[in-house]
Design a protein around this ligand. Structure first.
Ligand code: NAP
Length: 488
C-alpha cells in the first residue's frame, strides 16, 4: 500500500463484472490512470462470492459475455460459475486490467472536495490505511453483494455448521449430513440438487413457492465451439438469445401471448416433474408470474421429490442449538444450516461512508431508499458514477446488456467534463427527481408490485428493477443530456 500512487484519475470500487467492464472501458478509451479496488482476494465479484455447489448463470452464456469479447470456450449454454470466473480472468489479461487491480483492499470512506474537484478515498488493507485522491469515483458493487441473513429467533445459537450461500466453504458440508436450507429462490434452486445427492436428509424450508420454468440448457459440442469462433455465427447466436429474452420480458405484462405461453409452460413443467399431488400443491405459487425472479431449472423439482428430501412449508418459528422448529412445534435436527436467503438490495453501499459536495452522505440521501438518475448518477455526488445502481436490474435478460451502456455513459461524462475544462459534473436534482417519479409511477402498476421480493422495499418502493425492454434503457443512456447535468 505504501508504494501505491496516492493520486489517480479514476477509482473503481469492485472487481465483479461491472468493475471489470469499467476497467476495460477505460483502457479502450485510452485511460491508463485508474485503480480497481476489490476487498476479495480475487477478481469475480458475485462469481467470487457465490461458490456454492451448482452455481451457474441463469441466462444463456453467449449473452453473458461482453459484446466486444465473445467467448467461444463455453462448455454449455448455462455456464457454471468457475467457467465464468475463468472468462473474467481471460478478459482481465487480454485488456491489460490486471495491473490496475488492488485486491484485498476495502474502501471505507469517500469524501468529495468541491474546490479541488476530487474524491478523497480512504482504503484499508492488511498493512493499514491509506488515502487515494481521484477525479472520478465509480461504484460497481452491484445490488447482490451484501448477503442477507434471515431475522429468525435463535439463529445465532445454532451450534452446527451455519453457512450463507454467498459465503460458501466448499469443505464444510460433508456427505451424510442432515442439512437444512432456508429459502427457495434462484440460489436455492441451484444448490438444492447437489446437496440432495449427498445429504443423509435434506429439509428445504420454503416461505413462498416460486415460478419455475425449464432451463433450455445443453452441452456445447466441439462443432458448436468451432462455429463460435466465426464472428458472424457468434453474432447470430447472441442476437437470437437477445431477442428471445426480450420476448420473455413481454411475459411480465398481463394478457400477452408470451405470458400465456410462460404460464402454460410453468404448469406443464410442474406436472411433468412432480407426480405427487400434495407436493405439487405446495409448489404452486400464489402470486403473479414474474413478480419475483423466475427460476429456470430442470433439476430443482426432481430433487425435492427424492426420498431423502423434505419440502417444509410450515413457517420457521425459531432456530435452536440443534435444529429448526416450525410453527407446528416440530423440531428437525440439523448438522448444517444453509441460508439461501439472498441479499440486502436496499442498503446499497452502506458499508462505506460516501460524502457528497454539501457534506451530505449517500446514506442520508437514500434514507427513503436508493434512487439515481438513470441508475448511474446521484444529485449532490459529483463525479460519482454507479454501475448496476438503483432500478437497473433486469428480471428477464443478461445484466451485462445494462452494464455496457452504463460504462459508456460514465466515460462520455468524463470526456464532457474534460472538454469543458470543468472540475466536476453533477446531475441536477430536479432531473433526477423527475426521472425517479416517472419510473416509480410506471413500476407502481407493474407485476413487480404484487409480492414481496428483493426488488422491493418493505414500504413497496421498487428499488432494483428497470421496468422496460433492454433497448429502451440502452437508448436512454446513449448520450448524456447536458441539460440534466450541472458543470462547475
Ligand atoms: P432471493 O431470490 O432473495 O431468495 C431468498 C429466499 O430466501 C426466498 O425464498 C425467501 O423467501 C427466503 N427467505 C428470506 N428470508 C427468509 C426468512 N426470514 N424465513 C424464511 N425464508 C426466507 O435470493 P437468491 O435466491 O439468492 O437470489 C437473488 C438473486 O440473485 C436472484 O433473483 C438472481 O437475480 C440472482 N442469482 C443469479 C444466479 C445466476 O444467474 N446464476 C444464481 C443465483 C442468484 P420469500 O420468497 O418468501 O421472501
Amino acid at each position: 500500500m505504501a508504494d501505491a500512487p496516492a493520486t489517480t484519475d479514476v477509482v473503481v470500487l469492485g472487481a465483479g463484472m461491472s468493475g471489470l467492464a469499467m476497467a476495460i472501458g477505460l483502457k479502450r478509451a485510452g485511460c491508463d490512470d485508474f485503480v480497481v479496488v476489490e476487498q476479495s482476494a480475487g477478481l469475480g465479484g458475485t462469481w467470487w462470492d457465490n461458490r456454492y455447489p451448482g452455481a451457474h448463470v441463469d441466462v444463456p452464456a453467449p449473452l453473458y459475455s461482453f459484446s466486444f469479447a465473445p467467448n467461444p470456450h463455453w462448455s454449455r449454454r448455462f455456464a457454471a460459475a468457475p467457467e465464468i470466473q475463468a472468462y473474467m480472468e481471460r478478459c482481465a489479461e487480454r485488456f491489460g486490467v490486471r495491473a490496475h487491480l488492488r485486491l484485498g483492499t476495502r474502501i471505507v470512506a469517500a469524501r468529495f472536495d468541491a474546490d479541488a474537484g476530487r474524491w478523497a478515498i480512504e482504503t484499508a488493507d492488511a498493512t493499514g490505511r491509506a488515502t487515494l485522491h481521484a477525479r472520478f469515483f465509480v461504484c460497481s458493487t452491484g445490488p447482490l453483494s451484501q448477503p442477507r441473513w434471515p431475522a429468525i429467533v435463535g439463529l445465532a445459537d445454532f451450534t452446527g455448521l451455519k453457512l450463507h450461500s454467498a459465503r460458501w466453504d466448499p469443505k464444510a458440508i460433508a456427505p451424510g449430513m442432515r442439512v437444512g436450507v432456508i429459502g427457495t429462490g434462484s440460489t436455492a434452486s441451484q444448490l438444492v440438487p447437489p446437496l440432495a445427492r449427498d445429504a443423509q436428509r435434506l429439509h428445504v424450508f420454503q416461505r413462498t413457492a416460486n415460478w419455475v420454468l425449464p432451463r433450455l440448457d445443453r452441452r456445447y459440442t466441439a462443432l458448436d465451439r468451432a462455429l463460435a469462433r466465426l464472428p458472424p455465427y457468434a453474432w447470430l447466436v447472441r442476437r437470437f438469445w437477445y431477442h428471445f429474452l426480450e420476448w420473455t420480458r413481454r411475459g411480465f405484462d398481463e394478457g400477452t401471448l408470451a405470458r400465456k405461453n410462460m404460464l402454460h409452460l410453468a404448469e406443464r413443467h410442474l406436472r411433468t416433474q412432480v407426480s405427487d399431488e400434495a407436493l405439487r400443491a405446495k409448489l404452486r405459487p400464489n402470486y403473479p408470474l414474474g413478480c419475483k425472479r423466475i427460476i429456470y431449472s430442470n433439476d430443482f423439482y426432481p430433487a425435492l421429490g427424492r426420498p431423502n428430501v423434505e419440502l417444509v412449508t410450515d413457517a420457521v418459528e425459531r432456530v435452536t442449538p440443534a435444529g429448526i422448529v416450525t410453527a407446528d412445534g416440530r423440531e428437525r435436527p440439523l448438522d448444517a444450516l444453509v441460508c439461501a436467503t439472498g441479499f440486502d438490495t436496499v442498503h446499497l453501499l452502506s458499508s462505506l461512508e460516501i460524502t457528497g459536495r454539501d457534506g451530505r452522505t449517500l446514506r442520508e440521501a437514500w434514507a427513503d431508499g436508493p434512487r439515481a438518475y438513470r441508475g448511474v448518477a446521484v444529485a449532490g455526488f459529483p463525479n460519482l458514477f454507479l454501475l448496476l445502481g438503483p432500478n437497473t436490474g433486469t428480471g428477464h435478460t443478461s445484466t451485462l446488456l445494462y452494464i455496457e451502456p452504463q460504462v459508456r455513459h460514465a466515460i462520455a461524462c468524463m470526456r464532457a467534463l474534460r472538454e469543458r475544462g470543468a472540475r466536476w459534473l453533477d446531475v441536477r436534482a430536479d432531473a433526477m427527481a423527475a426521472y425517479d417519479a416517472a419510473l416509480q409511477a410506471r413500476l407502481a402498476h407493474s407485476v413487480w408490485s404484487a409480492c414481496r421480493s428483493w426488488y422491493r422495499m418493505e414500504g413497496g418502493r421498487i428499488v432494483a428493477l428497470w421496468p422496460g425492454f433492454t433497448r429502451e434503457y440502452v437508448r436512454s443512456l446513449a448520450r448524456p443530456d447536458p441539460r440534466d447535468y450541472e458543470f462547475a
